[in-house]
Design a protein around this ligand. Structure first.
Ligand SMILES: O=C(O)c1cc(=O)[nH]c(=O)n1[C@@H]1O[C@H](COP(=O)(O)O)[C@@H](O)[C@H]1O
Length: 258
């Protein structure tokens, strides 16, 4: 493995989907130099709670994406977002399908929560259509639009409601980037290097493809955590991203210019 440098800001957030705090803190420490952030979700939070989140943060000092995917009435979601701010997450998720009023309440609560806990305001992201769903799965829930239309519809609603970005699959990134502009955050799971198993993810691309399509953050879990050597897997992904970025934007060659 060559030691070629990772992109200046590593866009990979590693999902630590475990209920074992020691495993999560161990991974956090080992990955600290190889990823840009860590994602803690429902499995970890329902086992390890707020204390576990603090332990993982201390083990790595990396930004934390708290992925609790709130989906409830506006008042309840607002309360949960406010309480989450005490944990100082960089990113926090709600389900965009919860609707405009719920998302507006979440955005306002992020301002209030940051103020209350003297914390930096987290970016609030709307989860659009889960990357584990394909067209057939979506239709079975009663939604008959094409998946990419449904993602666009929810992303537009999220932006109009004051959210900072959305979670979408790599398949929708290029269109959303073109439609919603440069500053709206696109956070992208369903990312699989060619050498990793797909598992339950259905709308997938490689890390390089997702990044070049316009993703801001790549959420990658099992390809790193379930590999025999997580730091090495994360380095390999960083190297693939660096090579793809260099190929897409080559540095000017002074010999050719002459
Ligand atoms: O909100 C998420 O992060 C999320 C949304 C989505 O549509 N699909 C999705 O996989 N995720 C999360 O991203 C992570 C992907 O993990 P791996 O499939 O192991 O790479 C998991 O923690 C999921 O909970």
């Amino acid at each position: 493995m060559s030691d070629s440098p990772a992109p200046a800001i590593n866009p990979v957030y590693c999902a630590l989907d475990t209920d074992d705090v020691a495993q999560a803190t161990g991974l956090a420490a080992r990955l600290a130099d190889h990823v840009g952030g860590l994602k803690l979700g429902l499995q970890f939070f329902t086992s390890a709670g707020r204390k576990g989140v603090t332990q993982v943060r201390k083990a790595s000092e990396l930004p934390i994406f708290l992925d609790l995917k709130f989906h409830d009435i506006p008042n309840t979601v607002a309360g949960a977002v406010r309480a989450s701010c005490a944990l100082r997450p960089s990113l926090l998720t709600v389900h965009a399908a919860g609707g405009a009023e719920m998302m507006k309440a979440a955005a306002r609560a992020a301002d209030d929560g940051a103020h209350l806990h003297v914390a930096r305001r987290p970016l609030i992201l709307g989860v659009t259509v889960l990357t584990s769903l394909d067209q057939e799965d979506l239709s079975a829930t009663g939604i008959d639009h094409p998946v990419d239309d449904q993602v666009r519809r929810l992303a537009e609603l999220a932006r109009e409601s004051g959210l900072d970005g959305v979670v979408c699959s790599p398949h929708e990134v290029a269109t959303l980037r073109a439609d919603l502009g440069r500053t709206f955050k696109l956070v992208v799971p369903g990312v699989r290097p060619e050498w990793a198993a797909g598992g339950d993810q259905k709308r997938v691309m490689t890390p390089a493809e997702a990044l070049l399509a316009g993703a801001d953050v790549l959420v990658i879990g099992r390809p790193i955590t379930a590999s025999g050597d997580p730091p090495r897997a994360a380095q390999r992904i960083a190297q693939e991203l660096a090579s793809a970025s260099a190929a897409a934007c080559p540095l000017p060659n002074p010999d050719r210019e002459a």
